[in-house]
Write a protein of this length. Structure first.
Length: 365
């Protein structure tokens, strides 16, 4: 085993050869020689155990996370650039120095408890999902045999805020000129903010009244027919051969946080988020009698469970169920005109029957 420094580097590197003659080189990541020696001894030991007993060496979580990040950047470049890379960067910093085997039930519970002091459970669940995915990927690739045991975290209640027609009017009237068409188009298509801001004129066909959102959150393209107002909204923007559809001062619109915040404050709708415009689209479809399965495809969700939150908005949601029950219940026409009855074989007067029924005794005939 040999320790050395490369030209221009202050870090110690380790060089050793295993019993099969295979040469290994690895950076210790430190300029402390004693620490580098300790790390080198550990790596040589792990290599020995792997050769003789089939035990895989410890896998740094940073390495597993890096491999996961490369796969995500390759397979989902748009979502990686806007969302995933920031979560990965955060996790890499939080779990700096961790090995994959350090992700015990207790460690993950501590992480979740600490994070939920400042963020929502939904955010914590997203972070845990990335950790799981990175470790599972490493296991599939044969880099580790570790099987994590994560605590079950209860997701927060799904948000289902949608706009009334009056609230929509107030929000649009309060919005800046460049924001008005984006709000209207979001309500009429159910597009996610990232999909709308990424919409290019090349993916708009006004003749066919159709747009295509590419590289959506679930990794698939989604084509959508336009309603009349959505078509007029795009036509008013002045169609082009290419370039972003929604702009500000002829430049790509990258963020609406400030503009949308001002609009909702002015409209006195402080509890409304931009994503609620997507809820409005789905809610209005369900209220209009569109089946949940169709709504699922129009919104780009991959499972019905994601649109079940809108089920109670369907017309005759409870009335239809009541009709089924009524149709299967035996009729008791005589009970409607009786002024006396029996309880357990004992006859009671009409006055008593009336009193019992008024107090909810539906079993009295």
């Amino acid at each position: 085993m040999q320790l050395y420094k490369r030209n221009g580097s202050s870090k110690w590197w380790v060089n050793w050869t295993d019993r099969n003659g295979k040469r290994h080189r690895r950076s210790s990541g430190t300029n402390d020689r004693k620490l580098a020696e300790a790390l080198a001894a550990q790596w040589v030991k792990e290599n020995f155990l792997a050769e003789h007993f089939g035990k895989k060496p410890e896998l740094p979580f940073s390495e597993a996370l890096l491999r996961y990040a490369k796969a995500q950047k390759r397979d989902h470049p748009k979502h990686f650039k806007s969302k995933t890379r920031y979560r990965i960067k955060f996790l890499a910093q939080w779990f700096k120095g961790y090995n994959v085997s350090d992700f015990t039930y207790g460690a993950m519970q501590d992480f979740a408890d600490k994070r939920m002091e400042t963020v929502s459970s939904a955010m914590v669940l997203r972070d845990v999902a990335i950790i799981k995915a990175a470790i599972n990927k490493a296991r599939r690739e044969g880099l580790t045999d570790f099987v994590p045991n994560f605590p079950k975290l209860k997701p927060s209640r799904p948000r289902n805020r949608w706009l009334t027609v009056d609230e929509e009017r107030r929000l649009v009237n309060a919005a800046a000129d460049h924001l008005k068409p984006l709000i209207l188009f979001a309500i009429d298509t159910g597009g996610r903010l990232s999909e709308l801001l990424g919409l290019d004129w090349r993916n708009v066909d006004l003749m066919a009244r159709r747009v295509t959102f590419v590289e959506t959150k679930n990794g698939e393209d989604r084509s959508l027919r336009l309603c009349q107002r959505a078509e007029k909204t795009l036509a008013a923007l002045g169609p082009k051969d290419s370039g972003p559809v929604f702009t500000y001062k002829d430049k790509s619109l990258n963020s609406i946080k400030s503009a949308f915040g001002n609009a909702r404050t002015k409209a006195k709708l402080e509890d409304v988020r931009f994503h609620d415009l997507r809820h409005t689209f789905a809610s209005r479809l369900v209220q209009g009698g569109i089946p949940l399965y169709n709504v699922m495809h129009l919104t780009g969700h991959k499972s019905l469970s994601m649109v079940q939150r809108y089920a109670h908005l369907a017309p005759d949601f409870q009335e239809g169920a009541i009709k089924v029950l009524d149709a299967q219940r035996p009729a008791h026409k005589e009970s409607l005109c009786h002024n006396s009855g029996t309880v357990g074989g004992t006859e009671i007067s009409g006055k008593d029957v009336k009193s019992l029924k008024e107090n909810g005794a539906a079993w009295v005939t």
